[in-house]
Design a binder for this molecule. Structure first.
Ligand code: F6P
Length: 343
């Protein structure tokens, strides 16, 4: 009987539990022992794990977050830690490891596969939808729906008070959440990292709208967006173990600049981690289940160094190194689709 480990690393997202449940349910049917590693790569350093049976994954399908907990621990940051992960992997008696995570977690998995031939399979996850090689990651649809609902709510209060509302959404350096939630929520402008913000252009769009008699507007801005004119926003300089700065603050700056330029009363709202919390949508539950079943199949068939991917409506797999070193960002064609609705 082979033993398969599962870990979840990086920021959590709705849909992780459906992946874990699918791996366990299928593995148990095959008489395979499934072990949950706690707190991402940190758990591989501390050997924190427990056996996952059918009961331990009962009632988790609809729950957000991850029952295995997570961390942003990077075993390639400190000398000797990657060796330790490999030694612990052997000591824990596992035959393979399924790593569920974003670019950082999968990057560690790829290095462990390269350096130690660690038998690993990757599952891409992120609300940001920025992983190359896969069309959609679970968590994204939920985040978009949450942001859309918040935009809907902001519409009514914006209209009552004749205000402009700037909504800052997550997405790191990709504008997917902003684009999708902005389109679905009927935003009057969408500002994304792929297109530096021209505040003159934004204020012209909003003035044009108000000249038609509208007295309120909604602007969606991605947390990673930057100004064209080079007005740097003051980011928190603290870096995580993978060297990422904590983003945030662009919404307030856009609001202040817009109010100065137009004279319209403008407020900013930051949606933050609300977008990552709570129950996954049906789409994300089913995508998570499909990813989990495929990951289990890859592990069972010893197809290591691979990552599950969604291409069109097909679940497939690609080499793990294919998803690293670059981000899937919003291309011009996708963005142009939204521009007829601006202003
Ligand atoms: O990658 C997912 C994400 O939610 C990003 O959209 C965001 O920038 C970041 O994680 C926030 O990270 P943390 O949860 O560590 O604050």
């Amino acid at each position: 009987m082979s033993k398969i480990g599962i870990l979840t690393g990086g920021g959590d997202c709705p849909g992780l539990n459906p992946v874990i449940r699918a791996i366990v349910r299928k593995g148990v049917l095959d008489n395979c022992e499934i072990v949950g590693i706690e707190n991402g790569w940190k758990g591989m350093l501390t050997k924190q794990s427990y056996v996952l049976d059918i009961n331990s994954v009962s009632g988790i399908l609809h729950r957000g977050g991850t029952i295995l907990h997570t961390s942003r621990t990077n075993p390639y940051k400190k000398e000797g830690d990657s060796d330790k992960v490999f030694q612990n992997f052997k000591a824990m008696g596992m035959g393979s490891l399924i790593a569920i995570g974003g670019e950082d977690t999968l990057g560690v998995a790829a290095k462990l596969y390269r350096d130690y031939k660690l038998p690993v399979v990757g599952v891409p996850k992120t609300i940001d939808n920025d992983i190359v090689g896969t069309d959609f990651t679970f968590g994204f649809d939920t985040a978009v729906n949450i942001a859309m609902e918040c935009i809907d709510r902001l519409h009514t209060t914006a209209e009552s008070h004749h205000r402009v509302m700037v909504v800052e959404v997550m997405g790191r350096h990709a504008g997917w959440i902003a684009l999708y939630s902005g389109l679905a929520g009927g935003a009057d402008a969408i500002l994304i990292p792929e297109r530096p913000i021209d505040m003159d252009e934004v204020s012209e769009l909003i003035k044009r709208r108000h000249s038609r008699g509208k007295t309120f507007s909604i602007i969606v801005v991605a947390e990673g967006a930057k100004f064209k004119q080079g007005d740097d926003i003051k980011q928190c300089q603290e870096l995580d173990a993978f060297g990422h700065v904590r983003l945030g603050g662009i919404g307030q700056m856009v609001a202040e600049k817009l109010e100065n330029k137009t004279g319209y009363e403008t407020r900013a709202t930051v949606l933050g981690h609300i977008q990552r919390g709570g129950s996954p949508t049906a789409y994300d539950r089913i995508l998570g289940i499909r990813y989990g079943l495929k990951a289990y199949e890859l592990a069972k068939n010893k197809k290591f160094g691979r990552v599950v991917a969604l291409k069109g409506n097909e679940i497939t797999d690609i080499p793990i190194e294919d998803v690293l070193g670059k981000l899937k960002t919003v291309d011009d064609k996708m963005f142009e689709m939204a521009t007829p609705f601006f202003g």
